[in-house]
Every structure is written in C-alpha cells, then in structure tokens.
Ligand binder design. Structure first.
Ligand code: SF4
Ligand code: SF4
Length: 94
C-alpha cells in the first residue's frame, strides 16, 4: 500500500508551545526541493512538507513537526538528495 505523504497546510512555527529542550534535526529549508523522500522515510512520521512556506527555489520545504517524536535515526538524511539535514544525537540520559 502506498504511504500517504503528510502535508502541513498552515505555516508552522516549529516551537509554538515553547522551545523543546533538544532539537534533533536541523533543516536547511532553502536547499529543499520538496520531493517528500524524507517524509516517507521517517519511521515515526515527524516530518511534513510545509505548505505555508515557499522557499527561494519555489518548493514547500520539509519541516520537523514533532521534535520529541524524532529518534535521531537519520533515515531522512540518508534519503535526501540535497543534504538538507543535520542530525544530532540525543543527550546522554535522555
Ligand atoms: S532523524 Fe529519523 S525520526 Fe528524526 S526526522 Fe529524521 S527520519 Fe524522522
Ligand atoms: S528529501 Fe530532502 S529535498 Fe526531498 S523533501 Fe526531504 S529535505 Fe527536501
């Protein structure tokens, strides 16, 4: 069965409820071509294309929508053809 691609239809401010203690993924949004490979590859489904944002290349960039749900597995970084992601390991004891 084909996996559906989550889409975000409003501008997401990543940390509306206050900054999380740890941000595991940085997204270089201006390099993103909106291909959704990372969205489909993310096991906990915490990435989405942000339909409220258009980058300089004309694409809706990927965005981390749930920092707490990210496991730092780096599958998004491995599938991304444009080296958009920087992944950080969780702090020890987290
Ligand atoms: S590091 Fe893993 S869990 Fe976190 S956004 Fe990327 S694919 Fe998803
Ligand atoms: S795989 Fe890379 S280029 Fe494609 S949507 Fe994700 S971040 Fe953007």
């Amino acid at each position: 069965m084909a996996m559906s691609t989550p889409l975000v239809d409003a501008p997401l401010r990543p940390f509306d409820s206050g900054p999380p203690a740890f941000v595991p993924v940085l997204v270089a949004s201006e390099r993103c071509k909106g291909c959704s490979l990372c969205v489909d590859a993310c096991p906990p489904h915490v990435l989405a294309l942000d339909l409220g944002v258009v980058n300089a290349m004309g694409y809706h960039p990927a965005r981390l929508i749930d920092a707490a749900g990210c496991t730092s597995c780096a599958k998004c970084a491995r599938v991304c053809p444009d080296a958009v992601f920087t992944i950080f390991a969780p702090p020890r004891g987290a």
